[in-house]
Design a protein around this ligand. Sequence first.
Ligand code: HEC
Length: 185
Amino acid sequence: MKRLAAACVATLALAALAGCAQAPTTAAPATTAAPPAAMAPAATAPIGAPPPAARPGASPGAKFAAFPCLSYTLPCGKAATRKPVAKSLEGPLAGDAARGMRIAHARDKGNCLACHVMKGGTQPGSRGPDLSHYGSTGRSDADTFAAVYDMRARTPETLMPPFGTNGVLDDQEIRDVVAYLQASR
Ligand code: HEC
């Protein structure tokens, strides 16, 4: 009886390690009966055990689906991602370029420098295009506003965060950032 219980716990711990890809049916009891995967002792998976994808019943195409979920608060694969929004600029831009530069560079605000080279900015990343001469490329305020608001409306698989849709920057802050980009020549 004791051995059976131990085996049960081990099975549940393994199910937790395998992540939520195994559908809520296995994941649900695992979360109530076993500690979260990351807190379970590493020793629960026997050395030399087959990788998750090789377990019986796992579909051959599901190799990556068996990775453990990184979120403790959202069910795996069910993160509440907001739908892309194609936002139009209302009225004249009325942005303040100097304020926009501060917002764009602030690591706790736009943090555009994480991915873009920008005029006046230091330590930029290079994942996105160089924006240091954006103002001479002839893009309209409306297109630029929409892009910063939610780039996914233009490029569905973009890396760029949807600053407006996610409420990271408000309407006026985006106007200021656009004014700064347009003033970057
Ligand atoms: C995580 C990386 C990342 C961050 C942070 C980021 N961007 Fe981007 N951005 C990109 C990538 C990548 C592209 C290229 C187009 C695409 O993937 O959609 C891009 C494209 C753009 C474009 C279009 C450029 C063009 O030539 O059409 C603008 C404008 C822009 N970003 C502005 C910003 C601003 C302003 C911020 C900060 C408020 C910002 N980005 C933050 C990754 C990022």
